[in-house]
Design a protein around this ligand. Sequence first.
Ligand SMILES: [Zn+2]
Length: 257
Amino acid sequence: MSVCNRLRVNLFKAVCSRKRIAATVLLCVVAVGFPIKVHEAAEVVTLPVRCLPTSQRIVALTYDDGPHPVYTPKLLRILRHYGVRATFFVIGERAQTWPDIVRQAAREGHVIANHTYTHRTDLESLSPSKITRELSRTQSVIGSLTGHRYDFFRPPKGFVNYNLAMTARANGYRIVLWSVSADHHEAKTPEQMAERVIERVRPGAIILMHDGKFAVRWRDVVATPLIIRALRKMGYRFVTVPELLDRLEANKKQRTR
Ligand SMILES: [Zn+2]
């Protein structure tokens, strides 16, 4: 049975057995985002995107939890030096606190995306109206600072359940997670973080890093050039998350032809 069909069956069983929490787990482990009918009488959920299935050596660098007054400008300098465009999943209230950094990142070609307004790690258990407010407040900050709004977001910690997936869908958002995390308790140094990425990277990967909130993020800054240089040597090219999503859509259209 293909991965997709297995997933459909599992989701069907999970929802039909009234254990929607099981659907939550499934939502978190699936790589490809596309609509799946989970129950003949129930809604259609869109699964989170973790990567782009492709044979092309492209990857997306993503940074969460910023902006940060020290680390984000340092990262911007590094990315400019290497000519790499990244995707920054910013926290709305931090973007409001440091608007110039967000403007600068957007001016330099980076994508500024939604990571909720207050970074509540229980986002998935909030009411749909509270979730919507977290997303729309951040969208409006990003829109006013950059002139761009994207129809995707990343929930804090990557926690997703049925409630969040349905609320995202109702508001026209896709959920974007990641397939490789540079940050891990076993990767204590920038070199170990880079090694972790190099070992796990695949074509179409979305790489998770952080620029915000904690002092320890200096490691992400130092790891970034190590990762860029190593992946380029492996033949990888860097794209933004919207570019990956566009390719995902194009692939879907080709499959359904
Ligand atoms: Zn976060």
